[in-house]
Design a protein around this ligand. Structure first.
Ligand SMILES: [Zn+2]
Length: 249
């Protein structure tokens, strides 16, 4: 299992998995995919999940993976195993439990890891444009605050995601950002609108009280870098996902 570590404080494990192997790939799910609801063979996803479990050194029940639907719903994980039915239609997870691996699957959307290590509270959010336009991030910060986190202490790190140059959208999407963001996160350089999701996320997080210097932008673009990343835009939604994991050690 290959991964890239996200910029998080000591005591928090946070990473995003890579496809691994460097390609060319025999299927849109190779090599490493644990997502069970985007068309992969369930045995392949289960084998990858077991590799992940051994890497983390936790019980399978401690790995919490929601069924994401681009909603604004946040679930606070208070016990293991988490209520499977309650994980339906959830796009962000929060916990203050050590050894619980909070996970989201992405392929172009932005995975956001969050942590306040003074309060011992972590979160992970799946931020596509819908989640960013809706209130997924404010809802996540609010759930962290209910467990004792303070926005001024929260560190946030964005995982691999689609770059603004690749993220062309229709006017109906662009207009939702134009009407709600105080700064421009839409680039019209090529004539068609392109969304800078990382800038939009940074803006929402600072509006919720996070310090700008505590927010880390994503690295390589998922769409531009097929040897390392799945991309739903490039390969279709029936394809693998990178898994972003955040866990309090
Ligand atoms: Zn790109």
């Amino acid at each position: 299992m290959l991964k890239i570590d996200l910029d998080m404080p000591a005591g928090v494990r946070a990473f995003s998995t890579l496809r691994g192997g460097g390609g060319p790939y025999s299927t849109p799910y190779h090599n490493f995919n644990v997502c069970r609801y985007t068309g992969d063979d369930l045995l392949h996803a289960a084998i990858c999940a077991e590799i992940l479990r051994r890497h983390l050194g936790v019980a399978a029940e401690a790995i919490v993976m929601p069924r994401q639907t681009h909603s604004d719903r946040v679930m606070t994980v208070e016990s293991v195993p988490a209520d499977a039915a309650a994980l339906e239609g959830v796009d962000a997870l929060v916990t203050d439990r050590r050894g619980v691996a909070l996970c989201v699957n992405t392929a172009d959307c932005v995975p956001v890891a969050l942590a306040d290590t003074v309060a011992g509270v972590i979160a992970v959010a799946h931020c596509g444009w819908r989640g960013v336009v809706n209130d997924l991030l404010p809802n996540t910060i609010a759930a962290m605050k209910r467990l004792g986190a303070e926005p001024g202490r929260i560190r946030a790190s964005m995982g691999p995601s689609i770059c603004p140059r690749c993220f062309e959208v229709g006017e109906e999407v662009a207009s939702q950002f134009r009407s709600r963001w105080p700064v421009s996160v839409i680039d019209m350089g090529s004539g068609k609108p392109h969304v800078n999701l990382a800038a939009a996320i940074r803006c929402r997080l600072t509006a919720d009280g996070l310090t700008d210097s505590n927010i880390t932008d994503p690295g390589d673009c998922t769409h531009c870098t097929p040897q390392h990343f799945f991309s739903a835009r490039r390969e279709g939604v029936e394809s693998g996902r990178m898994l972003t994991v955040v866990m309090l050690d």
